[in-house]
Every structure is written in C-alpha cells, then in structure tokens.
Ligand binder design. Structure first.
Ligand SMILES: Cc1cc2nc3c(=O)[nH]c(=O)nc-3n(C[C@H](O)[C@H](O)[C@H](O)COP(=O)(O)OP(=O)(O)OC[C@H]3O[C@@H](n4cnc5c(N)ncnc54)[C@H](O)[C@@H]3O)c2cc1C
Length: 412
C-alpha cells in the first residue's frame, strides 16, 4: 500500500511541471545522511529521488551508547528501513559495488546497473574489526562488548550491569571514525552504576585512547578529565590497541617501542574504521579514500553532478550526526543552485558535535568547528559544553524523537 502511495506521489510530482524532464537523483546509502538529504530533495519539483540501501532496518546509532551503558532499550534504536525512508523516495534494496562517474551509472552487487543525473554518496564509513589482531574473536565471546553495533551494545548493557568485580578495558579507536569520542559514553554510565551499586571499589576501569587527552578541545578535555578523576578511571592516552588475546583475556596496548599488557574481565572496544574501496575505485576519492568534495559546498571537486555528505565525505571535520544535519541543509541548497545555474550559495562551516554522557543525568555536549574550537548551538553560551542536566534531556529524550520525525524526513 505504501509503495503504491509512493508511486502515485512520484507520478503527481512529475505531472506538476508540464513538459519539464524529471531529474534522477540517486543516493547511495539510506543511513542518517542518505535519508536526511533524500527527505529534503523529494519535496522539490522535478526530482525523482532513489535511495540504494541494503539493510532492512534503520538504526539510530547515538542511542547505542545509552543502550550499552544501560540507559536505553535496544528496541528504541531500531525501525524498519521502509518506515524510516521518507515518503515519496524510492528505495532500492541493494549494495553498490561500483560507480562509473564518467557514464553516470552505479552497479549493484546483484549486477543491476542504475543510471543517474545526480549522484549523492552517503554510504558512511566501514567498521574494520580485523584491523586489530584478535579483536573480532574477542567480540565474539561473552567478554567482548561495544557500543558500535546494536547487538554488541545490547550485550554490553547486561555485561556491564552484572559485573561486580574485575578489570574493564574501554578502548577508543583512532580517527578517521564515526564520532570516535562516543566510545567514552558507556564507560561513565557504567562507572556511575557501579558506584551506585557499591561495587566500584572492586572494579578497575582502564581507558585506552589514541588521542593525547579525553577531547581535542582543551576546555572539553578538562571537563571530561574531571569526570575521569571523579570515577577513578585509569587513563592510557596516546596508546593504541595493538592486539587482543581473547583466550587469555589480555590486550596489548602501546605506541612506538612501548608495549604493555592488561588482563581484562570485560573489553569494550570501538573498531578501527575506513572508507569503502569502491569510492576510490570509482575515481571519487581523495588521498584518504573519502569522497573528494569541496568541504564547504559538498560538491565533488571533479564531477559536478556528484555530491557527498556524512561519514563518507571528506569534510575535514570530526564525523557526527550533528554535522550531517548542517551538511544536508547545505547540500540541498547548493544542489538547487546548481540546477538553476546559480553560484553555489550555501557553505558548510565544519560544525560537529560529540555529546558525552558523563552520568545517568548529565552530558558534556561538546560542539566544535573543523579546528576543534568550541561552536555552541546557542550563540554566546560559551559554557554550554559543561556537564549539564539540560543536555542529557536533549541527547537522551529529545534528539531521538527529532531524528525519527524530523531529521530523517529532511525537516530539521
Ligand atoms: C556508536 C555510535 C554512537 C554515535 N553517537 C553519536 C552522537 O551521540 N551524536 C552524533 O552527532 N553522532 C553520533 N554518532 C555518529 C553518527 O551516528 C554518524 O555520523 C552517522 O550515523 C553517519 O551517517 P551516514 O549516513 O554518513 O552513515 P550511516 O548512518 O552509517 O549510513 C550509511 C548507510 O549506507 C549504507 N551503505 C554502506 N555501503 C553501501 C553500499 N555499498 N551501497 C548502498 N548502501 C551502502 C549502510 O548500510 C548504511 O545504512 C555515533 C556513531 C556511532 C557508531
């Protein structure tokens, strides 16, 4: 029934501009970025918007951190893809394996080829669990947990809740990554839980991060360090997760010639991440493998009918859902300008955000620009980033509703 309704809407849209050719816009990826931009573009006349997406369910990733930390249920984070896809947008279930930007066509794993007038790449970033020897095997056993997939987050919730003694290692992954700092979220939630249960004294919490401090911004870093100290979390900054021995329950961390082994009872790890290889094979990538767009306009530097946003785009800022909201606004406006033959008028300013839950009631809402300088949503509220109840309510309760009802429909 909903497919029928979508077809009728598309027909009506085509009829509404007599004689005007319909422009085919193909969006690769029906995640946060793909659906946000598809929702915006489908409201414009003369565009036929198709999203190519292999998954049948859509996950709101930020909730995975709350789930892992025991502050949300897994069912809250997931909806059927068909329901999440904005009305009027066609969904092709499939995976793109190649882009031919010279011929304006993409090829799917099924062998099918789909042509386009405009292409928007919103395929996210791939999780590369095998980049750390032993990490995949460790995640497969009961002591391996993470907020980076929904099943592992659900496993984390129970494992962290039931632990009463031992050592827990939380490992943040290196950049490039999707919101790397959120690996800390379940750590603070669990630390507070253990304190409330009276078992904190029997649990050693170890935080391993490739970064030199808890955040790239000094003010945010100081705020998070205060919480690390408050919970008695042992920190290993500028250390990489090098190897995991799941059988012995031991991680090796280090950098340069320095090596250290830590035995664990639970390992909470974020996977290393990388762009998809077909982006580079299609000639769309920059030197790092991300889609080579102008970070301000989001238009491809070589192919004027190719655009990108979200985790797949080379935007020179930290990747986040908050960043995508601004990018979708920019891309939609610039796409309209391009079709009208105008100068591209919208500029993405590099805004990004890493909200870190530091207790079950408070969040450090860290908003930055592309140079890691504070960029609060509420102008002149320079201390908005500080631990607050208000930002917890926003992150835990308001944003998920805004996401499902407005962001994915291209309305926010
Ligand atoms: C655990 C976690 C917590 C986070 N917390 C926050 C937070 O608190 N605040 C915040 O602002 N951001 C947060 N983020 C970041 C935010 O969720 C991401 O930046 C955002 O989801 C990226 O959107 P995207 O559409 O670029 O990628 P995705 O949402 O990953 O979507 C990409 C889509 O493309 C599809 N795809 C991939 N390859 C292909 C292909 N070959 N063909 C067709 N489709 C393909 C995938 O199936 C996927 O559905 C978090 C991320 C994670 C992982």
């Amino acid at each position: 029934m909903s497919n029928f309704a979508s077809s009728v809407r598309r027909m009506v849209k085509r009829m509404s501009v007599p004689g005007a050719p319909t422009r085919r816009v193909v969006v690769i990826g029906g995640g946060n970025a793909g659906l946000s931009i598809a929702g915006r573009l489908q409201r414009r006349r003369g565009l036929e918007v198709t999203v190519i997406e292999p998954r049948t369910s859509h996950v709101y990733a930020p909730l995975q951190s709350h789930i892992a930390g025991g502050a949300a249920r897994a069912s809250e984070a997931e909806r059927p893809q068909a329901q999440a896809t904005p009305k009027g947008v066609a969904w092709v279930r499939g995976s793109v394996t190649a882009v031919d930007a010279e011929r304006n066509a993409v090829t799917l794993a099924s062998g099918e080829t789909i042509g386009y007038d405009d292409l928007i790449v919103a395929a996210g970033i791939e999780q590369h669990w095998d980049a750390v020897p032993g990490l995949s095997a460790a995640m497969a056993d009961e002591r391996g947990i993470s907020n980076y997939t929904l099943p592992l987050a659900a496993k984390a919730s129970l494992a962290l809740r039931d632990l009463t003694s031992g050592t827990v290692v939380f490992a943040q992954c290196p950049e490039p990554a999707s919101a790397a700092g959120v690996a800390q979220k379940p750590m603070y939630l669990a630390a507070e839980w253990w304190r409330a249960k009276g078992v904190a004294g029997d649990i050693r919490i170890v935080f391993v991060s490739p970064e030199p401090s808890a955040s790239a911004n000094p003010a945010v870093s100081a705020e998070l360090q205060r919480k690390l100290d408050e919970y008695g979390i042992e920190t290993h900054f500028s250390f990489d997760l090098l190897d995991v021995d799941a059988a012995r329950r031991e991680v090796t961390i280090g950098r340069g010639i320095h090596r250290e082994s830590i035995s664990y009872d639970l390992l909470h790890a974020a996977p290393p991440q990388r762009p998809a290889v077909w982006i580079a094979e299609g000639g769309l990538a920059d030197a790092d493998g991300f889609v080579d767009v102008d970070p301000q306009t989001l238009r491809h530097r070589r192919y004027s009918n190719v655009w990108a946003l979200g985790d797949a785009a080379a935007v020179r800022t930290r990747r986040s859902g908050g960043a995508i909201r601004k990018q979708a606004q920019t891309l939609a406006k610039n796409h309209a300008d391009a079709l009208a033959g105008r100068r591209l008028s919208a500029v993405y300013d590099g805004y990004t955000v890493t909200p870190v839950t530091v207790s079950r009631r408070t969040v450090v809402f860290a908003e930055f620009d592309g140079d890691d300088r504070l960029q609060p949503t509420v102008p002149f509220w320079k201390t908005l980033y500080r631990e607050r109840r208000l930002t917890w309510i926003f992150d835990r309760h308001i944003l998920p509703q805004v996401y499902w009802h407005l962001i994915l429909r291209g309305l926010a």
